[in-house]
Design a protein around this ligand. Structure first.
Ligand code: TK8
Length: 359
């Protein structure tokens, strides 16, 4: 077993223990990770430094190697190895290390260097992060960029430090859209009773319940099988994920609901970070930050391309303005229901940042 794999086995044993601990603690969320100890068939992309003593940084992403997030993580590795020969970067896709929630906890515990995750699973431990799950607040990508790249985004990165995380950059997952296998969804009435998978966040569960659907939380790596086996009738994700994870193979209807914008966040382990020199920290921070524009550009191109491809294989519905307002009205209680948990100040700051950016 080479050194990397040996270290990896230690990680996966940790993650299994972690999954068991969480399972035993009786939390409601469904976290799982595979025990891949001894598995030499892991598929990772390596960006190697020209230095035999370089420290290896492992990145875990939940999505597959077709998605722009994977390419962006490699791009980060390339930028970093141009800046310094202190690090090799290994990018693991498809939750081979762990699904988002567990990967984030591994990063907090210093068992994994980096994960790039949707913000939603993060809110399980950091309730403030639920702010990004509030539905129908961010109207378009320009507003998303301005809010994340401004004071509000900085403030949200800063609060991670108390949680043993260093938040280095806002990348993009994108606006989420609904798919299902029962009927075209064009109005809120069409949602009645649909069983939908959501990410593991109460806010999404509550939003879909308010809209009349029957939501259930599930880790991302179980989603395809859930759709295929019919345990759930639908799900929601940005166009690139729907297309590149192949949900159109098992889902017939696509609706442009654009109900929420999900950022990807680049999370570095604080414990590991604190062992690095200021120069090394700077090189890593700059590489994550500089990859942001690249990531947004390729993600948006892919969203366009994926939508076109999906339209040729799925029945596509747009939502009229009138119907869109009915969706928005239905979820009005959600902000009120969750403001106390998220923090009233954070919700206010978010809503004013969005309003300012929308002017
Ligand atoms: C990928 C997930 C995914 C998210 C989900 O790891 O779970 O639906 O949209 O992007 O973070």
């Amino acid at each position: 077993m080479n050194n990397n794999l040996r270290q990896f086995s230690i990680f996966s044993t940790f993650s299994l223990m972690l999954a068991l601990t969480v399972a035993c603690s009786g939390e409601e969320v469904n976290v799982e990770s595979e025990d891949t100890s001894g598995d030499e068939n892991l598929d990772a992309e390596e960006v190697e430094a020209d230095n035999p003593d370089a420290q290896t940084l492992r990145i875990s992403v939940g999505i597959n190697d077709q998605h722009p997030l994977y390419d962006s993580a490699i791009h980060f590795g390339e930028l970093l190895t141009e800046k310094t020969d202190d690090f090799n970067v290994e990018v693991y896709h498809s939750a081979q290390i762990a699904a988002d929630l567990v990967a984030t906890e591994m990063v907090q515990n210093g068992d994994l260097d980096i994960t790039i995750t949707s913000t939603s699973p993060v809110m399980n431990n950091i309730p403030e992060y639920g702010v990004f799950d509030l539905p129908f607040v961010i109207p378009d990508e320009e507003v998303a960029d301005e809010v994340l790249d401004g004071e509000f985004g900085d403030q949200m990165l800063d609060i991670l430090e108390d949680q043993d995380l260093v938040g280095l950059a806002w990348w993009e997952n994108g606006f989420r859209n609904l798919t299902n296998d029962v009927r075209p969804v064009e109005s809120i009435d069409d949602l009645e009773g649909l069983t939908l998978r959501t990410m593991e966040t109460d806010i999404h569960l509550d939003s879909w319940s308010e809209m009349g659907a029957n939501p259930t939380p599930m880790a991302f790596d179980e989603l395809y099988t859930g759709l295929q086996q019919g345990t759930i009738e639908g799900q929601e994700n940005p166009y690139p994920i729907i297309n590149l994870e192949g949900y159109h193979e098992v889902q017939q209807y696509l609706s442009a609901t654009n109900h929420v914008y999900t950022p990807y966040i680049f999370l570095f382990s604080k414990q590991i970070w604190d062992e690095l020199t200021p120069e090394q920290q700077e090189a890593i921070a700059e590489s994550a930050y500089e990859t942001r524009e690249y990531n947004r550009e390729i993600t948006r191109d892919e969203a366009q391309n994926s939508l076109e491809e999906l339209q040729s294989s799925m029945e596509f519905s747009e939502i009229t303005n009138e119907e869109y307002e009915r969706f928005q009205e239905a979820v009005e209680p959600v902000i009120e229901n969750h403001s106390a948990t998220i923090g009233e100040d954070i919700v206010d700051d978010f809503l004013s940042a969005v309003e300012k950016a929308s002017d």
